[in-house]
Design a binder for this molecule. Sequence first.
Ligand code: NDP
Length: 285
Amino acid sequence: MTARIIDGKAIAAALRADIAARVAQLDFRPGLAVILVGENPASMVYVRNKDRAAGAAGLAAATIRLPATIGETELLAEIARLNADPAVDGILVQLPLPRGIDPNRVIATIDPAKDVDGFHPLNVGALASGQPGLVPCTPLGVMRLLAAAGVQPAGARALVLGRSAIVGRPMAALLLAADATVTVAHSHTRNLAAECRRAEILIAAVGRAEMVRGDWIAADATVIDVGINRRPDGRLVGDVAFAEAVEMAAAITPVPGGVGPMTIACLLENTVTAALRRRGRRAGR
Ligand code: NDP
């Protein structure tokens, strides 16, 4: 049987439309400030896309471009200025940063209530201990995809392949908070294929092109492929061998058009959440 395709593009478009409708009802415009340091080409594309999506959803979006030569002290001072600006609800510092600037110190300087990437240690701790906070956009996007596809994590055996701070770890914490039985696999995991085969929900966030083969996947599994890898021929592929997996799984996300579009939509959602919480209002989700 061929798997059902989970259409991240359509689900993200619906989420963005929903956010725009919520923003239109507000008596203020949530503000998002994105800081771009230097001229990393990939970062410039990401930042432009974030700015456009935020504007289209009715947010007050501003991109702050700083030269690669900026010192850490000046960058921290810029963040402190945004922390103090009441019109700014969300602050995102595009990573990676130029050498010589400590990303951990930069992230720790962002007001946790405005940390729409969810990387501040207070938000990381809140997620790890099951308390409300701001959650990283990509794993939040995966949870939204599962919900939209009608997949219930509660009681399900979930396997997260990868344990990075930005995807794997927060993904595992979100699935645990949603009552899944969670296994986290990584480069030291023995018999990875067998571990994957036990999963009813398999999240691949490993950064290795098409590493997860069709025979690693259980027949009833939902497969969410976070990976974005460029083949030598320029083709974008995920961490899952899609052509094989689509013949095995019950449901699967494509690459591109799966998790990718959800990340920006969830950044917008986080900005609205931060804006409402800062004003003592319920975020509604
Ligand atoms: P990292 O490189 O930070 O983490 C990769 C993880 O995979 C590590 O935990 C590593 O284990 C594990 N790993 C690597 N090789 C193996 C292996 N052979 N067997 C088992 N485990 C392995 O990557 P990220 O989490 O940042 O990103 C993962 C993927 O997701 C990438 O393709 C990235 O491009 C994509 N991505 C997509 C986003 C989107 O918006 N769709 C957003 C962010 C990332 P260990 O810890 O032991 O080293």
